[in-house]
Design a protein around this ligand. Sequence first.
Ligand code: ARG
Length: 469
Amino acid sequence: MNIRALLEARFADAFAAVGAGDARPLVATAARPEFGDYQANGVMAAAKTLGRKPRDLANEVVGSLDLGGIATSVDIAGPGFINVRLEPSFIATQIGADRALVTPAVPQTIVIDYSAPNLAKEMHVGHLRSTIIGDAMARVLEALGHRVIRQNHVGDWGTQFGMLLAHLEELGNDTTALEDLEVFYQASKRRFDEDPAFADVARSRVVALQSGDEVVLERWREFVRVSQAHCQAIYDRLGVGLTAKDTMGESAYNDDLPKIVAMLQQQGLITESDGAKCVFLPEFAAKDGEVLPIIVEKTGGGFLYATTDLAAVRYRCHVIGAARVLYFVDVRQSLHFRQVFALARRAGLASDQCSLEHHPFGTMLGKDGRPFRTRDGGVVKLSALLDEAEQRAFALVSDKSPNLAETERRAIARAVGIGAVKYADLSKNRTSDYVFDWDSMLAFDGNTAPYLQYAVTRILSLFRRGDVA
Ligand code: ARG
């Protein structure tokens, strides 16, 4: 319920009762708390039109005003402002009613696909929005009483792993080399590009992985375990609720992929094009009539990102039994999801009752309006970004409260720095690109995390002093 609109209507009745029905009451939130909660500012203009003294008219309006059960006091101030203070029990009822409005009648099973980094590399800024927005949605839907199933669709399979495992072997399988995964990935890539013999080994490791070679599989598992520990450290720092049990990576669907393709084949949906298995759906025709293919198996074998997502849809709809599947993935993957959803429906991998929803978000930009990068143009590792957030917050806190003990300043800096990064993202329009700007996200006033955190801290301190639980 909109309280301002309710007051405006009650005042309009009173204005009409005193012959000022043509004027608007102009109810607004009070300019200052000592005036009350709301104020009606329309009396002066009404009095002018009617040729009457504003204070007299204000008295009459108050006499006709019915705010029973809504206000504890109604006072006239200055030339004819009318101040209203709300009844606490009325506010409490309103809050209860608003909460009832958003409580679902029937709890649903909702799958949320979010974060989903590629485990061959270190998490970078590109994963920040999915992780933060997806986690917020998971919490909100859970709080509303739904059964939320988090699915972290990590990239833990594919040809890059051949290169990574081959390089790890060169280093005697010493996993301490994975401490900086980004550096390790770049080194492996360099080896692959420079040395044809190495590239051959890398390719043979891919074949070994795919054919289930137990020794290579075990090394791959170890690699994935180390990489996931990196991600978990980030989730813990961000206060994001993802854990290992939410991981259902691409590799989990390996056995399903040939079955999915066979099923599409059986339904007559597959067309071979240059040796690749494709599905052409008429709704993906371009203006010139040419239809965009969905490739499900490469020439010479091997499945694709889309094939895995088809298997994931089947699992989520038919095994988990989700009523809704929400994907928090970059807007640049919109076409991919439209294709996967359309084909999944056509092939019966998703029933009509299962709602498949891509909730896209825009790119994080630097102050120069270009995708956010390091000074030398590299991708920004998420761990480095969070370090910087905490450092900047520490400098600010130390500046403001130099007398606090360092451990305390560090603790505050952690809350403020991480909070700033999360809130800067959540407070923006989800679908547009947004500019990542340290100064504005760490400002102590405006719509920022530090401001909100300060307000919450103040409120909690009032509660403590007032002995309110
Ligand atoms: N790993 C992908 C990437 O980094 C995101 C996966 C999103 N989820 C999905 N079901 N495709 O781009």
